[in-house]
Design a protein around this ligand. Structure first.
Ligand SMILES: [Zn+2]
Ligand SMILES: [Zn+2]
Length: 444
């Protein structure tokens, strides 16, 4: 059950989410002169951005430990003349670029953390940090946001309002017992002062080619919850099963039956995944196992299905354990909600991306069952996260995210910077062209 506060906040956010104004067609994209100025700045900074990305890739840092990354980010933003706050949610950095013209504030979010993976690539700029790798492309995300800050600073006399750059730690999860990530960034005011009216983020995507962007209106990514099931039977001699309660046989039944939730208990048009990723039990071959522990994850794309999952799971566990005379414990922990892209914002921004990237390059994608804590930011303000193609042209398939061979094509960096610049400038233009920046239509 969600708390009353959570219900209030989501009700409130729902209100905020319905308030993104639809643009008139002629306001949808930025003018040609500004687009050219952006391209010139990207060209000027292209080599430097690749250098930044390679430095980050060679020096990856785990969640809540992004000390050098944060130092580089803060140094770069300060040198561009932004108002910079460091130490937000631990190692997070927030930079505010004030445009010369008055207007509201929109944000770009980038995550900075790497993964505990030993890199197996052999290129010269591979990770220098043993067992740690930017295998989810957060080095790209950080570089692209810094690139957008660089380019937008150069055209700030044309910006109607402010652009906030939110560099977030610990997207991939937290060290045990620590707080962090998007939740703590929100708690420590990253979306306030000035309040953010819309937020953009991208995730590199190896299934799409360089030059392509994938988008989804509504759900883009799934919720992610975790669970631990412990089954306790009774040990006995392996040859005298009648004297024990076999927790291994019982666990096998539980594993199989849990899969029937997805196939039999929920609407087949609603995506859901139950995965048991770890199982441990027993002591040796000739003893009936007394105890089995299983850990897993649940992914869904709707609150309705998500709320039912722990109930349906426990019904199965309780029923099977009861019939065997075993006891159990079931811990279900809610993680991040699904990533929800504000449909009106997406509808307003797809023509902007098409103009920036060219015809046929902006493609609709199906929702993905991976998760992202950007979802928490998207619960608070109208949001648009899109997928940036990083597969090299001509390459049939690329190493997936979280692979030790993950190797996104750096030619996607200028594409990401161009997309971000066009998005924030157009969003500000659309908002600012309403009467007054404090119009109730855009005040949360
Ligand atoms: Zn990841
Ligand atoms: Zn990621």
């Amino acid at each position: 059950m969600r708390s009353w506060t959570a219900r209030f906040i989501s009700g409130f956010c729902l209100l905020a989410l319905t308030l993104w104004p639809l643009p008139a067609q002629d306001r949808a994209v930025i003018d040609q002169k500004l687009a050219q100025a952006i391209d010139q700045e990207i060209e000027k900074n292209r080599a430097e951005m690749v250098k930044v990305r390679r430095f980050l890739h060679m020096n990856p840092e785990l969640g809540n430990r992004e000390f050098e990354t944060a130092r580089l980010v803060a140094g770069k933003l300060t040198s561009l003349g932004l108002e910079v706050k460091t130490g937000v949610a631990g190692t997070g950095v927030v930079g505010l670029l004030r445009g010369t013209l008055p207007g509201p504030t929109v944000a770009i979010r980038a995550d900075m953390d790497a993964l505990p993976i030993q890199e197996l690539n052999t290129f010269p700029y591979r990770s220098l940090n043993p067992g740690v790798m930017h295998a989810c492309g957060h080095d790209f995300h950080t570089t692209i946001a810094l690139g957008a800050a660089t380019v937008l600073s150069a055209v700030k006399d044309r910006i109607r309002g402010n652009v906030k750059f939110i560099f977030q730690p610990a997207e991939e999860g937290l060290p045990p017992g620590e707080e962090g990530g998007a939740a703590l960034m929100i708690k420590e005011g990253a979306l306030d002062n000035p309040p953010v009216r819309a937020i953009f983020a991208l995730h590199v995507w190896p299934e799409l080619k360089v030059g392509e962007i994938g988008y989804a209106a509504g759900y883009l990514m799934a919720s992610s919850d975790n669970f631990i099931i412990t089954i306790e039977g009774k040990s006995a001699h392996a040859a005298r099963p009648q004297e024990g309660i076999d927790s291994v046989v019982l666990a096998a039944g539980v594993i199989n039956s849990l899969q029937t939730i997805v196939s039999r208990a929920i609407d087949p048009t609603e995506p859901a995944v139950i995965t048991i990723g770890k199982i441990q039990g027993g002591t040796r071959a000739n003893i009936i196992a007394e105890k089995v522990e299983m850990e897993g994850t649940v992914r869904t794309l709707s609150d309705r299905v998500r709320e039912r999952m722990p109930v349906l799971m426990e019904n199965i566990i309780r029923g099977l354990c009861g019939s065997y005379g075993a006891s159990y414990s079931f811990k279900y922990e809610k993680g991040t909600p699904p990533v929800y892209n504000h449909p009106d914002l997406v509808q307003a921004m797809v023509p902007v991306l098409e103009k920036a990237l060219g015809p046929g390059q902006v493609v609709p994608v199906k929702p993905q069952m991976v998760a992202e804590d950007f979802a928490l930011l998207a619960e608070r303000v109208p949001a648009f996260m899109y997928l940036l193609g990083v597969r090299s042209p001509g390459q049939v398939s690329a190493a997936p995210l979280h692979s030790p061979y993950f190797n996104p094509d750096e030619r996607a960096i200028p594409v990401g910077i161009r997309a971000m610049c066009h998005l924030v400038l157009s969003a500000l233009e659309q908002q600012a062209s309403l009467k007054g920046t404090n119009s109730p239509a855009i005040t949360r």
